[in-house]
Structure formats: C-alpha cells, structure tokens
Write a protein that binds this ligand. Structure first.
Ligand SMILES: Nc1ncnc2c1ncn2[C@@H]1O[C@H](COP(=O)(O)OP(=O)(O)OP(=O)(O)O)[C@@H](O)[C@H]1O
Length: 258
C-alpha cells in the first residue's frame, strides 16, 4: 500500500503557555478532499500551520512517507502548498506576478522562465476566473478577487498536497462553489487537499471526509453525514441544525443557536 500523502502522529502545539493542538493524529490519502471544521479558536489554523511546518510542534509530520523536517525547503514547497487565512498581500504587484510566485520553487534561478511555468500560471488564472484582472495591482482588488488570486498562486504550484485555510472566506455564493469545485478537482485528479471551512453545509456537500476539531482535539473524523450529525453539531458548535437532503446528500442546515 502506498504511504498517505500526509501523516500526522501525535502532533501538539503549545502557544502562550496553552496547549492549542492536543495530540492530533491524522492522514491525508491520495485523491482525498478533507474538510476541517470547528468553532472559532478550536485550533484549525494552528493545526494547518503545524502540518505545513510553519509553527513549532511536538510529534511527527510526514509527507509522502518522509519526515517533513528532512525535506529540503525548495522541495517541500513543490510538494506542499499552503493557502494562509485572510489573503492579505503586502506588495503592490500585478496579480499575474503573485500567481507566478507559485512557480518559484520549480524555477532554476539561472534559466529563463520555462513554458511549463507560463502554462501553469495561465491555467491557474483561467480556472480561478482571475485572468480578467491578471494585470491589475493585487492590492487594488476586492477581498473576493484577492482570495481567488491567492488560490491561483497555490494551484500554480501544482503541489500534490494543498493545505487551505478558509479558501472560501470573502467569496460570494457562486465563487464558494467554484472554489470548492476546484479544490475537490485538485484532490481527485492529482493529490490531496485539507481545507478549513466554516459553512457546514458546504463542508458536507464537498468533503470526502470531515474532521471536527474542538478545543485542539479531533472529536470526529469520517464521512460527512456521520462526522456532522445534528447531535455533534449541537454539542460542538452550540447550534441546532436540520438535515436536509439535496441531490442524495444529507446537508446540515443551521437553524438557530442553542
Ligand atoms: N501565537 C499565539 N500565542 C498565543 N495564543 C495563540 C497564538 N496563536 C493562536 N493562539 C490561540 O490559539 C487558539 C486557536 O487559534 P487558531 O487560530 O488556531 O483557531 P481557529 O480554529 O483557526 O479559529 P478561527 O475559526 O477563529 O479562525 C485561539 O484561542 C488563539 O487565541
């Protein structure tokens, strides 16, 4: 059996004297689209950063069967792409140049940009619907436009493992579907994706598997309708939800706070 694309074993993170991520073990198998949900402050961002090697953590993280810490930075950036929360850009660069940064780990610094790099950037701009503003300065774009440019940069890396922190933040309903379709497609075609999503119905509609985090611990990891039962939603999120059936899938519709 091939190794999972990503494995976390007993990962814990302590920040500010508190345990924020508490002994988490999980895997991302090839072709899986996994959605991570949990209330504000549950530790989702911290866990994603630990899996990306961006915050000091106890325990072990492996990508493609190798300890993350042993994978050279450039290779790591080709194998694992991270979409941070918020999509703020500090540099006033054209959007296309931001997306092209996704090719940086592939580039030979002494060679001109390859046709493969140009094709990957163009493809990422096209599928995220950002080609129309490719030449606009990214800091002048709207929040939703910037979010899609940030995703285009991640997809341009063509990394098999994608860790996306709230990729649907700031997006209108149509673009939320577009982005979830893109991430599911990326997972099913060429790797595995772990994405933080707050909309439970969106999570249940798209995920192959849902991981529920509460106070730094995994309290459910399984098929969406099992992980996101009405009882668990009530317990973890403090809201009452109804299950509605759409196109054969059971989706939680949040009705009111408890
Ligand atoms: N650098 C830090 N120092 C101290 N505490 C931190 C630090 N970073 C995060 N925390 C705390 O860790 C907890 C988890 O934060 P995290 O951002 O991982 O949560 P989250 O589940 O992503 O939340 P949200 O849904 O609000 O984005 C929070 O209580 C937060 O205040």
């Amino acid at each position: 059996m091939t190794a999972p694309l990503l494995t976390a074993r007993n990962v814990s993170v302590r920040l500010g004297g508190r345990t924020i991520v508490d002994d988490i073990s999980l895997t991302l198998q090839a072709n899986e689209f996994v959605v991570l949900v949990g209330p504000n402050g549950a530790g989702k961002t911290t866990l994603i950063k630990a899996l990306a090697g961006l915050v000091a953590a106890f325990g072990e993280v492996e990508i493609e069967g190798r300890a993350l810490s042993s994978v050279p930075a450039r290779e790591r950036a080709r194998r694992l792409a991270y979409l941070p929360q918020g999509h703020d850009f500090s540099w006033p660069l054209p959007a296309a140049e931001i997306v092209a940064l996704g090719r940086y780990p592939h580039a030979d610094p002494f060679s001109p940009v390859s046709q493969g790099d140009r094709d990957a950037v163009m493809h990422a701009l096209e599928i995220t619907g950002t080609k129309a503003f490719a030449n606009r300065i990214v800091t002048t774009l709207s929040g939703g436009e910037r979010a899609r440019v940030a995703l285009a940069r991640v997809l341009a890396t063509q990394a098999p493992i994608v860790l996306a922190d709230e990729p649907t933040m700031s997006l209108d309903p149509r673009h939320q579907f577009v982005v979830m379709d893109l991430l599911r497609h990326a997972a099913h075609e060429s790797g595995a994706v772990l994405a933080v999503v707050h909309d439970l119905a969106l999570a249940a509609r798209y995920a192959d598997r849902v991981i529920v985090l509460e106070q730094g611990r995994v309290v459910a990891d399984g098929k969406p309708d099992i992980a996101l039962s009405t009882e668990r939603i009530a317990h973890v999120f403090g809201v009452e939800a109804d299950m509605i059936e759409i196109g054969g899938a059971k989706l939680p519709l949040v009705r009111r706070p408890l």
